[in-house]
Design a protein around this ligand. Structure first.
Ligand SMILES: C[S@@+](CC[C@H](N)C(=O)[O-])C[C@H]1O[C@@H](n2cnc3c(N)ncnc32)[C@H](O)[C@@H]1O
Length: 239
């Protein structure tokens, strides 16, 4: 059975859900908050007034909450326990009431064509069994001129920093993650899946093949994460 078999991924995220936020804050030293704020700022100038936004692989809804100041947000994930926690968090803020949580698979989205002005996905694409199918679904549900924002982990390219980071990522992070959540295997998987993920330039190429244009990426925090942006052309683009 493959690493990315959807049932396995869903169970894994369901199991770590109760400690997921705490692990994120500790392991990233809260830098993940800055990355989400930056994603909102990059989207802000690119969207029409009062946009409809889809946040895919929303987890406990942190990016959905950040984006809810821009418009209405549908927060979608296939791990039920993540959504339950997200709903609780969203109910505690006024902006959070603009979010509706939906259980759904990113590879078979339960939305009609051309529904959203923006689709966001943070630390989710890497987990999909097929990046190509996931991107095709995102393209399908976007309206013409709709914007896609992908936030993902990457590996630093500067040699010394890369070696230090890899040591942390391979040797330290799985232990820390296991200690915080009780699920060390999930953090082994995190480390492995990031090392196997596409380089930013390769993901840009895949976005082009999926029919997006105005593609650009911005490397974050010395290359440990990357924000990709793309737009669905007016004519609908290639597939
Ligand atoms: C690493 S978490 C990211 C959560 C959140 N976006 C964040 O930034 O914290 C990945 C999420 O993707 C979800 N996921 C993975 N594959 C999925 C799929 N095929 N359909 C829907 N959700 C999926 C998991 O359930 C999990 O909640």
């Amino acid at each position: 059975m493959g690493d990315k078999e959807p049932g396995r991924i869903r169970r894994m995220f369901g199991a770590i859900a109760p400690r997921y936020d705490r692990a994120n804050r500790l392991l990233s030293l809260s830098v993940d908050r800055y990355w989400r704020r930056l994603t909102r700022r990059e989207l802000e100038g690119r969207l029409p007034p009062d946009p409809r936004i889809l946040d895919l692989c929303t987890g406990t809804g942190d990016l959905a909450l950040e984006l809810s100041s821009l418009g209405s947000v549908v927060a979608c994930d296939f791990a039920h326990p993540m959504l339950v926690l997200g709903m609780k968090k969203a109910s505690r803020s006024a902006a959070g009431r603009r979010i509706s949580f939906t259980e759904g698979d990113a590879l078979r989205l339960p939305f009609p064509d051309r529904t959203f002005d923006a689709v966001s996905i943070a630390f989710g694409l890497r987990n999909l069994e097929s990046y190509r199918r996931g991107l095709a679904e995102m393209h399908r549900v976007l309206r013409p001129r709709g914007v896609l924002a992908i936030l993902e982990f990457t590996l630093p390219t500067v040699p010394l920093f890369r070696s230090i980071y890899l040591f942390y990522f391979v040797r330290v992070l799985p232990r820390l993650g296991g200690w915080i959540t009780g699920h060390g295997r999930a953090y082994d998987y995190l480390s492995r899946s990031v090392r196997q993920f596409l380089a930013p330039e390769d993901l840009d190429r895949l976005l082009g093949k999926a029919g997006f244009h105005e593609i650009r990426h911005r490397t974050l925090s010395a290359g440990i994460a990357c924000l990709h942006l793309g737009r669905k052309p007016n004519s609908g683009g290639l597939r």
